[in-house]
Design a protein around this ligand. Structure first.
Ligand SMILES: Nc1ncnc2c1ncn2[C@@H]1O[C@H](COP(=O)(O)OP(=O)(O)O)[C@@H](O)[C@H]1O
Ligand SMILES: [Mg+2]
Length: 289
């Protein structure tokens, strides 16, 4: 890619274009030729069983890993040919909430949100704090949350704080890896509504990896389903729910419970509410509805 590609690239309808992606780890084939687009402004849900390669695909879009074969374009830029400053500039247009939504336990919420700003900008600390305060309001956290440590927050507040951190650099593409996992149903729906609201007010494009069928129905414009290294299904939720393929249909019909049992066992290490010590919950989390 050269400079001349830019204007055309920026006019692209698609935020992400995945083409014939193959990913192998040793002899294990995780992606066996995957192609799909994520349109600008859409909320795209990526589903599939545990180990089907959802997080790996997200890491590839983030330039944290490279596919073995195939190509990924983000905002029209081919990741394969991006280097140095261009690669970094593209990264700052992406915000990410990693699986588990971890915050740094030794930092306050405000310090956590300021991390990407300290890393990628030369803004002075006072301004970084002001931006952080704005982002706290943006995700519906009370102002006093800024000075709290993660151990003092409910699961929902931690997710919101991680979302605020993902939006610290005014991301255009938001990548969410199982954002509602570990939340109770009310907290999960509140987070769904927040994602919809942020998409509307900030014009975001969102890729969300989730097992939460309720969440998919509420937020997703389209769904892609990974299975056996392939994109087994792609389309609006209503279409997949009525798919001729019983496996696809079953995933959305009642299989939700099965999927969450087999694919997402409670107590899995590295996830909030699972493994390690429980996250203290405030009982007066009224703002969370
Ligand atoms: N860096 C890596 N090295 C070796 N194997 C990996 C690596 N990253 C992921 N895998 C393997 O790839 C498969 C897909 O992982 P992942 O993308 O995390 O799945 P999902 O998010 O769908 O549960 C898993 O079997 C995992 O063990
Ligand atoms: Mg994963």
């Amino acid at each position: 890619m050269n400079e001349f590609d830019r204007p055309q690239a920026d006019a692209s309808e698609n935020a992400v274009e995945v083409r014939d992606v193959v990913t192998r780890f040793g002899r294990q084939v995780v992606h066996d030729g995957i192609s799909f687009d994520i349109r600008r402004g859409e909320i795209f849900a990526l589903v599939g069983g545990s180990g089907s390669g959802k997080s790996t695909l997200m890491r590839e879009i983030l330039q944290l890993e490279r596919p073995t074969e195939g190509s990924i374009r983000v905002f029209g830029r081919d990741l394969q040919s991006l280097r140095g400053a261009d690669a970094l500039a593209l990264k700052t247009r992406l915000g990410v909430l990693f699986q588990g939504g971890a915050l740094f336990g030794s930092l306050t919420v405000l310090e956590n949100i300021g991390l990407p700003l300290r890393e990628h900008t030369t803004l002075d600390p006072k301004l970084i704090e002001q931006i952080g305060t704005l982002k706290i309001a943006l995700v519906g956290l009370p102002p006093e949350a800024g000075s709290k440590y993660p151990s003092e927050l409910s699961g929902g507040m931690i997710k919101r704080s991680a979302l605020a951190r993902a939006l610290a650099l005014d991301a255009e593409l938001l990548l969410l890896d199982e954002p509602t996992s570990g939340l109770d149903p009310a907290g999960a729906r509140a987070l769904d509504r927040l994602v919809l609201q942020l998409r509307r007010s900030l014009g975001l494009t969102v890729l969300v990896i989730t097992h939460d069928v309720e969440s998919i129905r509420l937020v997703a414009d389209r769904v892609g389903m990974l299975a056996g290294g392939k994109l087994l299904a792609l389309g609006p939720v209503a279409e997949l729910e009525n798919s001729a393929d019983p496996f696809v249909r079953g995933y959305f019909q009642g299989a939700a419970a099965t999927a969450s049992r087999t694919v997402h066992p409670p107590g899995r290490a590295g996830e909030p509410g699972g493994g390690g010590p429980a996250i203290p919950r405030r009982t007066d989390d009224l703002w969370e509805e």
